[in-house]
Ligand binder design. Sequence first.
Ligand code: ANZ
Ligand code: ZN
Length: 837
Amino acid sequence: AARFNPLDADARWQRVWEERGVFHASDTSPKPKSYVLEMFPYPSGRIHMGHVRNYTMGDVLARYRRMQGFEVLHPMGWDAFGMPAENAAMEKKVHPGDWTRANIATMRAQLKRLGFAFDWSRELATCEPDYYGQEQALFLDLYEAGLVYRKQSEVNWDPVDMTVLANEQVIDGRGWRSGALVERRKLNQWFLKITDFAEELLDGLDALEDWPEKVRLMQKNWIGKSMGLRFRFQLASPITGHDEVEVFTTRPDTIFGASFVAVAADHPIALGLSDNPEVAAFIAECKQGGTTAAELETAEKKGFDTGIRVRHPLDPDWHLPLYIANFVLMDYGTGAVFGVPGHDQRDFEFASKYGLPINRVVASSLDEAGQPIGGEAETGGGVIVNSRFLDGMDVEAAKAAVIARAENGGWGRGTTVWRLRDWGVSRQRYWGTPIPIIHCEACGPVGVPKDQLPVALPEDVSFDIPGNPLERHPTWSKADCPQCGAAARRETDTLDTFVDSSWYFIRFASQPDDKPFDKAVAASWLPVAQYIGGVEHAILHLLYARFWTRALQRIGKLDVAEPFQGLFTQGMVTHETYRAGDGSWLSPDEVRCEGDDWIHIESGQPVTAGRVEKMSKSKKNVVDPEPIVDQYGADAVRWFMLSDSPPERDLPWSEAGIEGAWRFVQRLWRLADENVAAEGQDKALDRKLHQTIASVAANIESLAFNKAVANIYELTSAIEKAAPSASRSAAIRALLRIVAPMVPHLAEEAWAALGEPGLIADAAWPEVDAALLVEDEVTIAVQVNGKLRDTLTVAKDLPGPELEQAALASDKIARALDGKAPRKVIVVPNRLVNIVA
Ligand code: ANZ
Ligand code: ZN
């Protein structure tokens, strides 16, 4: 055939792979195992270009590893619980389960059309009871081991809809449906003791050499280990029940920069003053606003001066005002702080508002001691100034000095402090894993016995009014206490969906019916050799998965410490954005290019082409992969995803790029299709081929796919230019094998057309003839009196006398010698001839 026709070939080969179970991973294979994993998708509706890029990279590696003789596990599944399904239920009156399963069906079919080498027999969806029931079993194991507990914690409360809101349902501090100002409310919620693992999770980062440095750093900062000091300020005049207030700081070095002390709105001192109606009103005001870190950060800093004064511990005559402040949290440190406006931004804003002193105690040099602080706090390091015995010390030395002083004086204690908080996993939502607990009046919270798992979600729920449908279901929450048999209440909170994604990779590795996984089988696959996904998961998902793995190891369920040996975070797929005259966004298929201008097709009006940005629905700059696959076939799309940009960088989608990829696929096809059998060796082509095999392998292994693509382009051109020979025919066959991981359908089709037996998917990676990697010619420098005068290309390992002869035969050397006779000739074989005249 003149052309490769993907519309026919793609589906045909996909069927063959599936029928023959080519990509099934065998637990019992004698081959070495390799686990290649891409982050599983949320079934939002359709596959987008980001998925295509992510899964293409993983697929190339998985197929390559198979060709290298590994038993490869390359699974796919669905992160299927979460808010969007409930939103769809509320907006479109469709059951979250129906919506999710329909999306999965669509997206599965889309993935299959791209020809990814997944072991579909291991497919899982976290919203199915066979998955979340096993998750409940693991939750109970952790509960028994004391790694799960319940405590009061704040949630976003919508006072109009009378419901708890997820963080993403709070928009600018208001409920997304009611528009009411959101309040903070305390509820009893479930927590996982990730802080027990803080030290391990931090230390473990050092061994993760195949992770991007920036991700390790982000995790390190998130865990946030630092030295802190807890110390007490005496109240200048004690009040009932309190004669001191204990604060917590990570910057004891700034102790002489203090200008106020502040407690949280629910601190005992604040509550003790709440008989005063002004205090009570201020405490109520502090409860408004969302709970997200961003919201707390940006909310206006407000305080209430209690009138109480406290004594500075290093100078009893120095009195500071005591405030109640909205930016101090009760559940961190001691719920009280001392404010240093010169060097902490929150304190700076607070002091500016209430006219408190803003003193400098850190400077870039001692000369700067008298300089006032400018428009914002100076949070960096430097030398301590205006601080008595600390003057001249650097920040770290001053911290140690103050901690020592406090401990000797008995007014404070140094502590190691962690930024990491325990993981709150309770969600007041329907579409998640039910927490397998029953609340009994007499026995308290009791775990559901394992033989009663899964605790399945009820199907008959309604979403027409806000709130958690599990809570108002007529029967579901009624249960008997497993311990005493009394009538009791089922927990109606469901688990954070990050729990679902914290162990799916273990379930992929081993999927028995009667338990979460088999310890030995799981350990035979884990850790994941290469994990690939978006950098947006660099902190939470990866940290939670690392924690979950270590927790299971600690309780003896799993023999693995770190789940992901290699991590790669790929760049995004981007596209130009377009705006109509009225500022509204236009999608790429609503506009047309005319010369250098863009035109709105429908109205004929000019369009402004804007920045190249991540494809997103809000900016309408999305290109749907499906019609592209319809038009160009899977291989062209795959090739384009790999070719234009380094994988860690953004990839700008372009029509020209996909067309180029399509043309290259056809070029490969023509090489195979027009190949003529011939005799004879082509040494140069042999060498090019073997160098390419080696460099493509090295580039795939380091995930430098765009470099592998460049290697392949070069080899293809070399083959095209070469005259027919046995070498050329062999090179074409080898080329098909090295492109097979990238363009597998074309490779199969051409492989079959050349009459090769078996599937190329089962073929081995071509062997490199090491002898051909070595160049047999070398470049020699020829010097006269130490000055470079000529270079010569000669056969490798040419003996000294012959090298000398060749050097002396050079015209340039003759000119440089200018008739003088060489006095001495120094020869370094393969490198240099130096003539001393
Ligand atoms: C004095 C100081 C001076 C502070 C300075 C910072 C900079 P990280 O490092 O994130 O753990 N803090 C302590 N308890 C708090 C609470 N319950 N609510 C709000 N803020 C609290 O933060 C520790 C710092 O956050 C502490 O160090 C304290 O302010 C504040 F130039 O003390 B610092
Ligand atoms: Zn009971």
